[in-house]
Ligand binder design. Structure first.
Ligand code: GCO
Ligand code: MG
Length: 399
């Protein structure tokens, strides 16, 4: 099982995806997702220029050793670009190992701890009727848990609508507007209306997308308590971990954090002090199966569960890796699942199933995803950025 080919494939069927494909001398292939939304080509360069030369000739079976070599050997540690590149290598190696064993990856990770993974989708609308329609559509699609995002009176855009980025060759980031006080006034009434319409059972989630100060987050958590949220996500910019102590003192609304984190060190304080309830890390952005598993095992000691990031900008390869890990661990909480577009599903042939609101990675050996290189070649990279926010006075604000 010597690695003798490593290709970095960039394709943009519905949006940009970066995939690492490793091939061993005996013909086994493994895929890893290296997509970092809006910064895709930085990971491509990191892989092509710095990682691929280290992989050729190595034993594909030595997953932990390869991980440590890429992490420690670089000297410069952590960071989203590095960790996405390491994640891609790690998942591709697990894919190869599981194929060599003739098993779906979750079996190598310890076997299934459940029959399927509860998943949530994104409902959004600029006003209540639009939002209710979106919730109903998600329920028709089978979702048994739903994230609620809504328009705020006076603001131009609704955050939370999936976008594939701006698909023009010379695209620059879109500027959005933001007003925290208007948002805080509006949101509790939206959740009250949703609960009245859809009843007490449906698990509801909300993403504040790093936009609040600690005291604003505390107030929001408190004002949403009557509506029994499954979680409030990214209530503050998570770099300031101590901020969450203040939020926790004031609210029992469960908190989810971590989609922009990339190592266990980012979680050290918030797990040890039990400042969160769900770990939002994705396999793709947290150093792969090897590293995210360590984070989740650490979290398990504190009854903190997984809530892996699963937006459309994580490719089907990254999603498949998340499903295998989620099926195997004991402390699974929920999986975010936004369906990919039809072209993406043609480029990436997948074995996962979606039924009764539950995801399952399927029984194909490996992670269960193959990349159709000819299809991928039809969709070249398109420059795309995430949007950013400005306040009414022109100040740049967290998006
Ligand atoms: C989520 C996220 C996404 C991110 C996006 C960034 O909870 O799904 O916040 O909407 O903004 O994945 O690339
Ligand atoms: Mg989020």
């Amino acid at each position: 099982m010597i690695i003798d080919r490593a290709e970095v494939i960039v394709t943009s069927p519905d949006r940009n995806f970066v995939t690492l494909k490793l091939t061993t001398g005996d013909g086994l292939t493994g895929l890893g997702d290296a997509t970092l939304n809006g910064r895709e080509l930085a990971v491509v360069a990191y892989l092509r220029d710095h990682v691929v030369p280290l992989l050729l000739g190595r034993d594909a079976g030595r997953i932990e050793d390869t991980w440590q070599l890429l992490y420690r050997g670089a000297y410069w540690r952590r960071g989203p670009v590095t960790m996405a590149a390491i994640a891609a290598v790690d998942v591709a190696l697990w894919d190869i190992k599981a194929k060599a064993a003739g098993m779906p990856l979750y079996q190598l990770l310890g076997g299934a701890s459940r029959t399927g993974l509860l998943a949530y989708g994104h409902a959004s609308g600029s006003d209540l009727p639009e939002l209710f329609d979106s919730v109903r559509r998600h329920r028709e699609l089978g979702y048994r848990a739903i994230r609620i995002q809504t328009g705020v009176p006076g603001l131009k855009v609704v955050y939370g609508i999936a976008s594939n980025g701006t698909a023009e060759a010379d695209a620059l980031p879109v500027e959005e507007d933001w007003d925290t006080r208007a948002y805080l006034r509006h949101l509790p009434a939206v959740f009250e209306a949703v609960r009245n319409e859809f009843g007490p059972e449906l698990p509801l989630l909300h993403d504040a997308h790093h936009r609040l100060t600690p005291i604003q987050a505390a107030r929001l958590g408190q004002s949403l308590e009557p509506y029994d949220l499954f979680w409030l996500e990214d209530c503050t910019p998570a770099e300031n971990q101590e901020a969450l102590r203040l939020v926790r003192r004031h609210t029992v609304t469960p908190l989810a954090i971590g989609e922009v984190f990339n190592t266990v060190f980012d979680y050290q304080q918030i797990i040890r002090e039990q400042l969160i309830d769900y770990v939002r890390g994705a396999v793709t952005h947290t150093g792969g199966i090897t590293h995210l598993r360590k984070v989740l095992d650490f979290a398990a000691q504190y009854q903190i569960k997984s809530g892996m990031h699963g937006p459309a900008d994580i490719s089907p390869v990254g999603m498949a890796a998340a499903l295998h890990l989620g099926l195997a661990i004991h402390n699974f909480g929920i999986q975010e699942y936004m369906m990919h577009g039809a072209r993406t599903d043609q480029v990436f042939q997948q074995s996962f199933t979606w039924s009764g609101g539950l995801l399952h990675p399927g029984e194909r050996p490996g992670i269960g995803v193959e990349l159709d290189v000819d299809e991928a070649g039809k969709y070249p990279y398109v420059r795309a950025y995430l949007p950013y926010n400005r306040l009414a006075d022109g100040t740049v604000h967290d998006w």
